[in-house]
Write a protein that binds this ligand. Structure first.
Ligand code: GLN
Length: 402
């Protein structure tokens, strides 16, 4: 008998540095330790009935086949209407809007559709983990700028050093995951200036635009002269607490849209048809009557207060978010050597899962200080976390040797 040789087929060289996403790892550990999961950012409550019913109707009526690749006409129209409402932005639904399978696909389609090998993309660390991975998949080079806590402000000095003649794009995310920052006009003007000087595209991830505390969201695309170089990236998931639906979009001028659509047609071709119909109904409804959005903001403001209280009581120094549903807590000040140790000990010994944010950094230059707690959770979930942190205060864990 001939012996079979088994060769090892691991990830491609492009993806080898990335490994398993921290969200998958922490959710697995949360399940293993029966912990309260304040790690992966998904609501543990359901989306609104009016949106779920719209999807049920769409499925009952048929609509089981592919949609137009760049989106159902009514969905593109509703997204354009929503952009007008949130940012006063006039988009042509058929020429400038592309519907994607979640914002994550929109980001991938932008990078794959717009970058040529060797093109550079500026990332502001901590940055969402898919950004650097998608830049790598597209054959680009990430130029990562580290924003320093607890303020996480964009400064001209640090940002200008990352731009070069090879810069193709900068990825901006506001409200920001994981810091909760909403970059202000001064910071956006720095981004705008540098993008203009280097003729770079601004990819603006605005998926948390409906979840704001300090002031209403403003898109960088609203700044004078930026329209022709900005892609607004959005999604349904956070605004309607339906992260599993994976309906997202990219809004960009026609020339940029051509590249995005070219990649999108070969990635997923189109997003799920009945969910696109429901998205159209949901977005149109909140443009007509903003009651739902006001309630969403009020509910998140209450969750944010409770979560800050729980974390402060537990002895954590926290960063108060201006937007998004995340709070950063200082693991080092609480006595841990770094964020990963803190996350591993908290999930195993206190039964509370959080995300170590060093995974949002260039591994060669990571800030290992901050833990991210998600508060898109029911009050009862957060109270459960409070009891667990009271029983096993982080400082006591940190002092106790393993
Ligand atoms: N956006 C979510 C977060 O930041 C995670 C999504 C995912 O699991 N990839 O927690």
């Amino acid at each position: 008998m001939t012996a079979t040789t088994h060769s090892m087929h691991g990830p491609s060289a492009r993806l080898a540095p990335f490994g398993e996403s921290i969200f998958t790892t922490m959710t697995r550990l949360a399940v293993e330790h029966k912990a309260v999961n304040l790690g992966q950012g998904f609501p543990d409550f359901d989306g609104p009935d009016f949106v779920k019913q719209a999807a049920q109707r769409a499925i009952a009526e048929g609509h089981g086949q592919y949609a137009r690749a760049f989106g159902l006409p009514e969905t593109n129209r509703a997204i354009a209407l929503a952009a007008k409402r949130t940012c006063g932005f006039d988009a042509d639904p058929d020429l400038e809007v592309t519907v994607t399978a979640g914002c994550t696909e929109a980001i991938a389609a932008c990078l794959l559709g717009l970058l040529s090998p060797g093109d550079e993309v500026v990332l502001l660390d901590p940055s969402y983990d898919s950004y650097a991975a998608c830049v790598a998949m597209a054959g680009g080079v990430a130029r990562r700028v580290r924003l320093e806590g607890p303020d996480f402000r964009i400064t001209r000095a640090s940002l200008s050093a990352a731009f070069s003649s090879r810069t193709k794009a900068i990825l901006l995310n506001s409200p920001h995951n994981p810091t909760g920052r909403m970059f202000d006009d001064v910071e956006c003007a720095i981004v705008a200036d540098l993008a203009e000087q280097h003729d770079a595209i601004i990819l603006s991830d605005e998926v948390y635009d409906a979840i704001t505390y300090a002031r209403p969201h403003r898109s960088i695309a609203q700044m004078p002269g930026l329209r022709e170089r900005t892609v607004i990236l959005g999604s349904l998931g956070k605004t309607f607490s339906l992260t599993g639906w994976k309906i997202g979009w990219a809004i960009a001028p026609p020339s940029i849209t051509a590249g995005i659509r070219c990649a999108h047609q070969f990635l997923t071709f189109c997003a799920a048809t009945p969910l696109q119909r429901a998205a159209a109904d949901a977005l149109t409804a909140v443009c007509r009557d903003e009651t739902y959005l006001g309630q969403l903001r009020a509910e998140y403001a209450a969750r944010r207060s409770l979560m800050l209280e729980v974390l402060n009581e537990a002895g954590f120094r926290c960063v108060e978010p201006e937007g998004s549903y995340f709070i950063l807590a200082d693991a080092i000040e609480a006595g841990f050597p770094d964020d990963v140790t803190a996350a591993r000990r908290l999930v195993a010994e206190a039964g509370v899962a959080a995300i170590p944010t060093s995974s949002f950094h260039d591994p060669a230059n990571a800030d290992r200080r901050w833990l991210r707690f998600a508060f898109c959770k029911r009050e009862s979930t957060m109270l459960d976390a409070r009891r667990r942190l009271q029983a096993n205060p982080p400082r006591r864990l940190a002092e106790r040797a393993v």
